[in-house]
Design a protein around this ligand. Structure first.
Ligand SMILES: Nc1ncnc2c1ncn2[C@@H]1O[C@H](COP(=O)(O)OP(=O)(O)OP(=O)(O)O)[C@@H](O)[C@H]1O
Ligand SMILES: Cc1cn([C@H]2C[C@H](O)[C@@H](COP(=O)(O)O)O2)c(=O)[nH]c1=O
Length: 213
């Protein structure tokens, strides 16, 4: 596969979606073949699975069921959208991927990162991003941002305790140490424009190294 696979990760309200959308628009404007997508979702079946996972009424969902549903949506999204794009040589910008499962289900839910890693190996055949930008934001600040956004529907994961979200952040911190070659951290507490410029600079650097620009 000669495409380039870039993911963004981080806690709630870090700014991943808004920044990635703006970067996608800018790179398309520059004439690059960009596939902008998200997890869970991005294609019909995965969006249906997203609705099941994030539905506020599904409070009885078992944590392993949750991990399996994320992995199932990931599998379908990879096979149907990400792999074909990478095979064509496109640049795939994806909002969340396996690292979210490791941090949220593996560490936050306490299933264990190794167990969650193994079901995800089955789902992905070991495909991992070329680069992952980690949006580092203070948990309270991120949650405040989403609380203020009246366009965004509150989902089941948003309703988790502050403690849970702090554990997720600790999980991400462990991943940054575990995968230093792939992860790059940016300060997402900054103003939107600053975060956008920093993330765009990192992506352009990678594209330059790979001869894509
Ligand atoms: N740097 C920033 N400073 C202030 N507000 C921001 C910043 N970045 C994004 N926002 C706002 O915060 C809210 C959440 O942003 P966004 O949806 O992009 O975050 P996210 O990381 O994708 O969140 P989630 O993963 O919870 O969906 C939006 O209302 C957005 O406009
Ligand atoms: C991929 C993935 C996501 N999650 C969580 C993280 C968020 O709380 C939601 C997705 O909502 P967003 O607004 O699109 O960020 O799902 C998770 O727990 N595990 C995963 O693998």
């Amino acid at each position: 596969m000669n495409g380039i696979f870039i993911t963004v990760e981080g806690p709630e309200g870090a700014g991943k979606t808004s920044v990635l959308q703006k970067i996608g628009q800018e790179l398309i404007r520059q004439g690059l073949n960009i596939v902008l997508t998200r997890e869970p979702g991005g294609i019909r079946i995965a969006e249906q699975i997203r609705e099941v996972i994030l539905n506020k009424e599904n409070t009885e969902m078992d944590e392993r069921t949750e991990a399996l549903l994320y992995a199932a949506s990931r599998r379908q999204h990879l096979v149907e959208k990400v792999i074909p794009a990478l095979e064509k040589g496109d640049i795939v910008l994806c909002d969340r991927f396996v690292d979210s499962s490791l941090a949220y289900q593996g560490y936050g839910r306490n299933i264990g990162m190794d167990e969650v890693w193994s079901i995800n190996q089955f789902a992905t055949n070991g495909i991992m991003p070329d680069m992952t930008i980690y949006f580092d934001v203070d948990i309270e600040r991120g949650l405040n941002r989403i609380a203020k956004n009246d366009q965004r529907e509150v989902n089941r994961l948003d309703l988790e305790t502050l403690d849970f979200h702090k554990r997720v952040q600790e999980g991400f911190d462990l991943l940054l140490k575990k995968f230093p070659d792939r992860f790059v951290k940016i300060d997402a507490n900054e103003d939107f424009e600053k975060v956008y410029e920093h993330a765009l600079e990192l992506i352009k650097k990678l594209l330059l190294e790979r001869g894509a620009i």
